[in-house]
Design a protein around this ligand. Structure first.
Ligand SMILES: [Zn+2]
Ligand SMILES: [Zn+2]
Ligand SMILES: [Zn+2]
Length: 393
């Protein structure tokens, strides 16, 4: 009786080398089913078999380096790598400046302007007829002018983690060069205010080298493509030995071909150490500058879709001004939200007036309406009475 697994290729044996238990490596179970005569030359037992897809990151280096003062918040599982800034002494956010100009009236549009706006809109639509605009009687023009309040809080956050890279020829900057500087003592030039950016920086004096865990210092691992066989399934005939009804010309019917990944050497350069056999570990800090936006547009009960204002340039811009409680609340909210985890570098407030007029009109006894909005007198309408000028015969 045949054993159920007899069709599967057996896992290669690597004498004197610690291996995964048989069957533990899914790549082996999915391997091509070579005829016994083709059974490949085994990879030299000297090199380890590694599944690079399932590798755990190489953890912190030696225990004596894991408790660097100021970096205790880092943990191996990735949580707590975030390093809050030292507490800020003193009061909260600055008092807001009093606006110097309170005369923020928006000029209202005339009936002529409203008509022209609608005409421009209609002529921009493929099939709209313009006779309703020419013949319309405007009943009412109602202003719904509103504003958009914006608070931007520009913050800097710092987080650290151990990274491992192949050893280079650079001189190793280890603890013998002195204690590591505290994470928030490292001076970095921030980008222009309110411009987001991320920078990475290695922490001085935290480097150490060690043997690569993936290849055990050998610099090479067994070829991932052919599992150390030196041969893989023939690409031309997909391992059937036949192509277009004839014997496959690529493999001459043998169903396999030489592995191009390792050039049939059965091994490949270790990706963990780039073949060096040794790696260097150090703390890497990620500094992120972020612009946190708070936006507020009061409801204006006009049935106008407020989202449209997002596409409209502002009529007037008032930097660093405050007009109501909303800004006080927003500033305080951002302050308490970010102060414990980030450094707040700058806050800025803007208020933009958003012109909005609702126009009600009559055309051939039908009541319709549209909105004129924004600095450029754009139009929004849902019930324009002549949306198709095509004649159907
Ligand atoms: Zn073939
Ligand atoms: Zn190979
Ligand atoms: Zn390695």
């Amino acid at each position: 009786m045949e054993a159920p697994n007899s069709g599967m290729m057996m896992q290669p044996v690597h004498p004197g080398y610690p291996m995964n238990p048989v069957g533990a490596n899914p790549m082996m179970l999915q391997g091509p089913n070579y005829p016994p005569a083709m059974n490949p030359v085994m990879a030299p037992g000297f090199y380890p078999l590694v599944n690079t897809n399932a590798l755990a990151p190489q953890a912190a280096p030696y225990p004596q380096f894991t408790n660097i003062p100021g970096y205790e918040g880092m943990s191996d599982d990735g949580s707590g790598k975030f390093l809050p800034p030292p507490p800020v002494v003193g009061p909260g956010p600055d008092a807001l400046p009093t606006p110097s100009n309170k005369d923020w009236t928006i000029p209202s549009i005339t009936q002529e302007m409203a008509k022209q706006a609608l005409l421009d809109y209609v002529s921009g639509q493929c099939c709209y007829g313009s006779s309703p605009v020419e013949e319309m009687e405007i009943q009412q023009m109602k202003p719904f002018n509103t504003y958009r309040y914006r608070l931007e809080t520009f913050t800097e956050s710092r987080s650290c983690e151990w990274v491992t890279k192949p050893l280079t020829n650079d001189k190793l900057d280890g603890p013998s060069n002195g204690p590591a500087p505290q994470p928030w003592d490292i001076i970095l030039e921030p980008p222009a205010l309110f411009h987001e950016e991320t920078k990475k920086q290695s922490i001085p004096h935290t480097s150490s080298k060690k043997e690569c865990e993936e290849c055990h210092g050998k610099g090479k691992i067994i070829c991932q493509k052919c599992n150390g066989n030196g041969r893989v399934k023939c690409e031309t005939c997909n391992g059937t030995g036949r192509s277009a009804g004839e014997e496959c010309s690529n493999c001459m019917g043998t169903m396999s071909q030489g592995c191009k990944t390792c050039n049939q050497t059965n091994v490949q350069t270790c990706p963990g150490c780039a073949g060096k056999g040794q790696v260097v570990s150090y703390i890497e800090m990620t500094v992120a500058w972020k612009n946190n936006l708070y936006e507020f547009i009061p409801a204006q009960n006009s049935e106008f879709p407020t989202d449209l204002f997002k596409k409209v340039p502002p009529l007037v811009n008032f930097p660093d001004a405050s007009i109501n409680q909303a800004s006080q609340t927003a500033v305080q909210q951002h302050y308490s939200q970010f102060i414990s985890s980030c450094r707040i570098l700058k806050q800025r407030q803007t208020i933009e007036w958003l012109p909005l007029t609702k126009v009600e009109y009559n055309w051939k006894g039908k009541s319709c309406k549209y909105f004129v909005y924004g600095r450029e007198n754009k139009v929004e309408t849902k019930d324009y009475p002549s949306t198709c000028c095509c004649v159907i015969l």
